[in-house]
Write a protein of this length. Structure first.
Length: 224
């Protein structure tokens, strides 16, 4: 760990401290008062990660890399928010968004609005989750996907199916601009590429092939 970039100061919320910058970095200046943490384990002293405004990070959750948590966002339990160094892009959780359980936000992903990300959901790359979106379970949302509506019962943005197939695992279908993308094990690609891969891999096993192809049909209907 490098030298400390912040110290903890008392707050008016029981069980929480405020963070106060000890040096200049990124958009933060020495003396700036940041958001709330339950301890130093919640915010790394390395890189340029920071908690702004009235955002809270608690439990065993951790913000690291060049990630930013702002607004009234709440990160808790074992959730992780981390990001890479980039001049114009960074991982961010903002607004009234909540990230909890063992959810992971990484790379340059953005979670905002009233969005909820929990369970073991993973949001990465340049994906955006906003509005009243709910991403949960073992969902993997990546690339430049944009998830912005409600939960799996009333959304047409993504769906996760599982356990299914030869891996007895979970497969996520999600909207990426004008395409439907698929995340299944090591596979990442369009739904058309996924269908072709299924036909090639399971040509001698109709059970696995039909189960994967049938959920592809459902995904095309559900995701507009």
């Amino acid at each position: 760990m490098s030298e400390k970039k912040y110290e903890l100061i008392p707050s008016d919320i029981e069980g929480f401290f405020r963070v106060k910058a000890l040096k200049d970095f990124s958009y933060v200046k020495v003396g700036d008062i940041g958001g709330f943490v339950s301890g130093e384990h919640n915010l790394s002293h390395d890189d340029t990660c920071w908690i702004y405004h009235d955002a809270q990070v608690s439990g065993n959750a951790r913000v690291s890399g060049n990630a930013r948590v702002s607004g009234n966002a709440n990160i808790s339990n074992f959730a992780r928010v981390s990001g890479y160094a980039n001049i114009s892009n960074f991982a961010q959780v903002s607004g009234n968004a909540r990230v909890y359980d063992s959810a992971n936000i990484s790379n340059f992903a953005q979670v905002s609005g009233n969005a909820r990300v929990y369970d073991s959901a993973n949001i990465s790359n340049f994906a955006q989750v906003s509005g009243n979106a709910i991403v949960s379970g073992r969902a993997i949302v990546s690339g430049s996907a944009q998830i912005y509506s409600g939960n799996i019962q009333d959304t047409t943005d993504y769906m996760t199916i599982g356990p299914i197939g030869s891996r007895n695992g979970y497969t996520t279908f999600f909207k990426d601009k004008d395409k439907i993308m698929v995340s299944c094990g090591c596979f990442r690609g369009t739904i058309q590429e996924f269908e072709q891969k299924v036909k090639e891999t399971h040509q001698n096993n109709l059970q696995f092939k039909d189960s994967y192809l049938s959920v592809c049909i459902t995904a095309k209907i559900m995701i507009k």
